[in-house]
Design a binder for this molecule. Structure first.
Ligand code: DSN
Length: 426
């Protein structure tokens, strides 16, 4: 309990919002009590610049053990040769890979943002796009979500990218990593997968692991389907060297090149309370319970998609293979994503507006709404609950200006949510 009443009240208000509403943003989740305890632990007091056994500050007898456990557990989860658990975020994890391997002006081939890619995959509004030359590939068929690998190969042969990046933040399908790898091998590019959204599903064996197709590096956040604290993670294949010593610029040396870029290249002191919480979450992800959770997350998303489509919602790619669905609310209901998001908020259903492939509307009022099942699955939602959820979503989208109806649904949602407690005490 905080001494400052104003701030304590804001914690209480947020607890109530999270408890009474349903978090449907695909990049959000509820952490366990253990993860929350680790985050709030006294490890927040400690500076640990450097890496285990090679620090620039004293007093590291405990932090070294914590970070080593986090590294070793992450390696086991994803079949990596090395893990860097220090990035403060997924964006910084991506930046670290770029700065480890690229010179200014070098080319990266990545997915277009409107087709599912992420800002840090080179969107023109980012500073990264001023440093490096990002070329974007797109979907061939929006109805199936098939990537245009013919176009990608042509782009790769023409632009000779030094990195080919697979990964997304709003794409509902499995990726053909073998097809990426074949093109990458042909042009000698580093193969990088940004698995931020699906890391938990990969760790649980529910979705494909890019390393199995020969990828060299994976970046991720730790708080989405992986259900840990907010933070970043970089997993690599290759030779693990001493991060204090410079190494040759080879693909085999990526683990060391990346360590040196994260610290001291981009970041200062790692957040040891977060690394402790990452270690807790990685250990949780090794359990059978977590594997069942990951399976249920995907099952719920598929079922939600079926119910939405049965009520005339147009889904991008007509379904999902993962934890999210993307509704084209403009085509389905004649409203933009911003109107939809605000109406759903009023009904206690938290989502986010999102661009869709070849969107004709602007990013702040795009055509889509992105909905995910990671958080509600943590609360215990099953396939049978998806029918209710789809019904509320459709009713809201058909009644965005009916304040009375939205308030009614908010009440029903809060009553329903009471049966699904959060994993943390509140
Ligand atoms: N903000 C995250 C998401 O919602 O997908 C990605 O950075």
């Amino acid at each position: 309990m905080l001494h400052d009443k104003q701030l304590e009240d804001l914690i209480t208000a947020e607890e109530q919002r999270q408890r009474d509403g349903l978090e449907l943003i695909p990049s959000e989740n509820y952490v366990s009590e253990d993860v929350l305890t680790a985050l709030g632990s006294i490890y927040t007091n400690k500076y640990s610049e450097g890496y285990p056994g090679r620090r620039y500050y004293g007093g590291q007898e405990n932090t070294d053990k914590v970070e080593t456990i986090a590294i070793e557990t992450a390696k086991q989860l994803f079949g990596a040769d090395h893990a860097n658990v220090q990035p403060h975020s997924g964006a910084q994890a991506n930046e670290a890979v770029y700065y480890s391997w690229l010179q200014p002006g070098d080319t990266v081939l990545a997915m277009d943002l409107s087709h599912g890619g992420h800002l840090t995959h080179g969107h023109p509004v980012t500073v990264l796009s001023k440093q490096f030359n990002f070329i974007r590939y797109k979907l061939k068929d929006i109805e199936t979500g098939e990537i245009d690998f013919v176009q990608m190969r042509e782009l790769a042969l023409k632009h000779k990218p030094k990195i080919i990046l697979a990964g997304y933040s709003s794409f509902p399908r499995e990726l053909d990593y073998e097809a990426f790898a074949a093109i990458g091998r042909e042009v000698g590019a580093v193969l990088m997968a940004d698995v931020a959204h699906i890391a938990g599903l990969i760790a649980a064996g529910v979705m494909k692991n890019p390393f199995d197709a020969g990828f060299h590096v994976m970046t991720s956040t730790t708080h989405k389907t992986l259900r840990g604290p907010r933070g970043g993670l970089i997993l690599t294949k290759g030779i693990v060297g001493n991060p204090l010593r410079a190494v040759d610029q080879t693909i085999e040396n990526l683990p060391t090149l990346i360590d040196r870029t994260v610290f001291p290249g981009l970041q200062g002191g790692p957040h040891m309370n977060t690394i402790l919480a990452k270690a807790v979450a990685f250990k949780e992800a090794q359990t059978d319970e977590f594997k069942a959770y990951a399976r249920q997350t995907v099952s719920n998303a598929k079922k939600l998609g079926e119910h939405l489509m049965a009520q005339n919602a147009k889904l991008i790619t007509n379904g999902t293979d993962n934890h999210l669905v993307l509704i084209d609310v403009y085509t389905s209901f004649g409203i933009d994503g911003d109107v939809a998001e605000k109406a759903l908020d009023k009904a206690g259903l938290t989502t986010n507006k999102n661009v869709i492939p070849n969107d004709t509307l602007p990013p702040f009022k795009p055509s889509g709404i992105r909905i995910g099942t990671p958080a509600i699955t943590t609360r215990g939602f099953k396939e049978a609950d998806m029918e209710h959820l789809a019904g509320w979503i459709i009713t809201v989208l058909q009644n965005v200006n009916n304040e009375e109806k939205l308030a009614q649904i908010k009440h029903v949602v809060a009553e329903y949510a009471r049966n699904f407690p959060l994993p943390t005490k509140n």
